[in-house]
Design a protein around this ligand. Sequence first.
Ligand SMILES: [Zn+2]
Ligand SMILES: [Zn+2]
Length: 337
Amino acid sequence: MRAVLIFCFCMCIGVAQGGDEPKSGNHNCTASWGFYGHKRINRMAVFTLPPELFTFYKTHIEFITEHAVDPDKRRYAVDGEAPRHYIDIDHYANNGESPFVTMPKKWEDAVAKFTEDTLTAYGIVPWHLDVMVKRLSSAFRDKNLDLILRLSADLGHYTGDAHVPLHTTVNYNGQLTGQYGIHGFWESRVPELIAEDWDYFVGKAQYIETPLNFAWDIVETSHIALDSVLNFERNLTDQFGSDKKYSYENRGAVTMKVYSEEFTRAYNASLHGMVERRMRKSIHSVGSLWYTAWIKAGKPDLSILINQSISSKLEEEIKKNNEARKSNKIKGRQHDD
Ligand SMILES: [Zn+2]
Ligand SMILES: [Zn+2]
């Protein structure tokens, strides 16, 4: 089994390994869009909501923002968490047929065709989004503040992940094409350097009739972008050569090899705003799925929840998750943040 811990850390901050297989390490890792991206997506999604929901979410915006990365933290403690963050849809590509044709949209049909073990092994994000909308809807119906906040934060996370092209492929970190490190490069390093300039006002949330189909559309759009994600990196690598592709940065006491700023900016330019577009689309999708869950719950009046705080039980649980994360044992494989 490959040693994965340092690799995971590298994804988080977009550090390159220069194509070498990583050696074992002992780093904390969480992010996919990075901490920055996930938090920004959840936070800005609040501003897509209509007034009845906006007031509620705005009051709890710090929780929704802060807990945008909880699902990644849970991967240290919870079996079965990892596959919720991705789907390697190209695993199902067969004789030139699109995997989106091969793969049944509905979970039961997909299980019947491929078995639950296989689906779990290659990721379940589109089905999990659908499940999360249903759970959130039921939490709205019960006016259960803990659940509404937690599920909203989680749903925001998984939705963000589904918008990342490298969350839809077996070649999730360029490991099959000599582009090792591209995962964190695309979703963490590019935003880390450039995202402050981006526009995050994305318009109003929309009601989604069939969240499952919507989730599949997200995955398919992500997957269509995958060729560009890989090809532009390869072309630029040829142009730059590895001395210009990488640079060294001090991160605390450690000097790390990272994708150089010049290379990162050139990559972002060659993608013509793709990373920003996927992030903006994530924000809009998150707001729309929250809004949809609320509509499907019958538009409950949430005003009594505005001044409530989360329960001590939930606070305790959050503390436990944080501790589990510190123990640094990861369940499942590593690309799946
Ligand atoms: Zn990721
Ligand atoms: Zn994730």
